[in-house]
Design a protein around this ligand. Structure first.
Ligand code: LGS
Length: 456
């Protein structure tokens, strides 16, 4: 069993900035369940997961962690762990069942009550507008391939800003546009399951236009902070060969610059044309006026790195080389904390001194069942979080303006197409009984928060 948490020693080397926020993250489709309750419309994920063969074991979000009905207990759990912040997402089709037009007040009330409960318990809400669950009605109109999506997204944002701004002070437009297009439009493993080299660049560009439109709408309605969340990972060449260097540049442009460059610099990196060939359109330069909006922060989701080699893979012609001596998590991703420091320094050097939140970081490992003494012993997860927090501290020491850290995830939950097979939670969920049991990592994290990072 892990050390009793209060036995953790204080370490004077680790001083986190005043106001640094310690929290945890989730997303609507992954935890809520009851996707059609109280007048909600279907989302692409409800539809996708109910299509035979699309998810592991046919797992879907009909019940998930039943958070839609157990949210009060979940807020108490957060309070008991001492969380200072909670990042969650809103399900668009609970608010606008048809995606635009008619507002479903009952859906809005759900999030309004959740936000009130968080605030009553001293927990700051970070609200993500879009964590992948597009209203199915909008997919029927072309989804992110339809240029109108920028207006749809701004309309949806406006409804939430009007209802919640002030109580919610930190807003996120999109979660991980790279995953939305790579998984949803290029390789098809995620909803809506398309596989097209021609669609992916269009979806990417429209996501960026939608992001810009939602930020613009926020400036008209809201008074606090709004940003974009990207998943990025450093790419290191597997050898000194020119081929691997070029593959690394392509992989880096594709994953790390494809969204940050347009949002912050107003242009795409040239390598994307190389990756997509004739499928990469010449986008209207006027569009960048909408896309580049001043942001209050950027959220970075970090899980792993990749050691990159040239190969035949489609369309990048680059892939990751397995590191024989490294530790890999259950999802097959290398544990590489130094990569987070490197990435944060790259971010500052490339985009300047924008405030950063680590909006996701965590790992799925094999967890034993809840023991008789009530513990779930997860030393690998503690080790993972510990090393990554130290890596963040190194970046703070080097001058990166990092404002907070959200563990992925508060609860074991539905890992998209991988169903319930991968557990990322610091709290164990028994999917039969819905019982929540804080794992040893949660008890450890609670101590870290209590010491403001000095117990690292
Ligand atoms: O649950 C998702 C977590 C789990 O791992 C969450 O909804 C997403 O926001 C986020 O994408 N999540 C996540 N990402 C890890 C991506 C690592 C990709 C490594 C690919 C190597 C081949």
């Amino acid at each position: 069993m892990a050390q009793p948490a209060d036995a953790l020693p204080s370490n004077s080397r680790y001083q986190f900035p005043k106001g640094f926020l310690w929290g945890a993250a989730t997303a609507a489709h992954q935890i809520e369940g009851s996707p059609m309750a109280d007048g909600a419309g279907p989302s692409i994920w409800t539809r996708f997961a109910h299509t035979p063969g699309m998810t592991l074991n046919g797992d879907n979000g009909d019940i998930a962690c039943d958070h839609y009905r157990r949210w009060q207990d979940d807020v108490k759990l957060m309070r008991d762990l001492g969380l200072q912040a909670y990042r969650f997402s809103v399900s668009w089709s609970r608010i606008l069942p048809e995606g635009t037009g008619r507002v479903n007040q009952a859906g809005l009330d759900f999030y309004s009550r959740l936000v009130d409960a968080l605030l009553e318990n001293g927990i700051e809400p970070l609200l993500t507008l879009y964590h992948w669950d597009l209203p199915a009605a909008l997919d029927d109109r072309g989804g992110w391939l339809n240029r109108d999506c920028a207006d749809w997204f701004a309309e949806y944002g406006r409804v939430l800003y009007r209802a919640l701004d002030g109580r919610v002070k930190k807003w996120v437009t999109l979660n991980e546009p790279w995953v939305i297009t790579d998984g949803g439009y290029l390789h098809g493993a995620l909803a809506p399951g398309h596989r097209s080299r021609y669609e992916a660049p269009i979806a990417s560009h429209n996501l960026m236009r939608a992001h810009g439109a939602a930020v613009q709408a926020y400036r008209a309605e809201g008074k606090h902070e709004i940003g974009l969340v990207v998943n990025i990972e450093p790419k290191y060449p597997a050898s000194e060969s020119e081929a691997d260097a070029a593959a690394t540049r392509r992989a880096h442009a594709y994953m790390n610059e494809q969204y940050l460059h347009p949002a912050l610099l107003g242009r795409y990196p040239p390598e994307l044309k190389e990756v997509f060939g004739d499928a990469w359109p010449d986008f209207d330069p006027e569009d960048f006026k909408l896309i580049v909006q001043p942001l209050d922060f950027v959220g970075i989701n970090y899980y792993t790195r990749s050691v990159t080699q040239a190969n035949d893979s489609y369309p990048l012609k680059a892939g990751a080389v397995r590191q024989p001596l490294a530790t890999y998590s259950e999802t097959g991703w290398e544990v590489f904390p130094q990569g987070l420091t490197d990435l944060l320094l790259w971010f500052k050097n490339t985009y300047g001194d924008l405030p950063v939140y680590i909006t996701e970081n965590g790992a799925a490992f094999f967890d034993p069942p809840v023991a008789e003494n009530g513990h779930v012993c997860d030393p690998l997860r503690i080790n993972y979080l510990h090393k990554h927090l130290r890596a963040i501290h190194d970046a703070i020491d080097a001058g990166v303006d990092i404002r907070g850290y959200m563990v992925w995830s508060l609860l074991d939950n539905l890992e998209w197409s991988l169903g319930y097979s991968k557990r990322f939670g610091i709290v164990h969920v028994n999917y039969g009984t819905q019982e929540r049991t804080p794992k040893d990592s949660a008890l450890w994290y609670s101590q870290v928060i209590g010491s403001h990072g000095r117990k690292l």
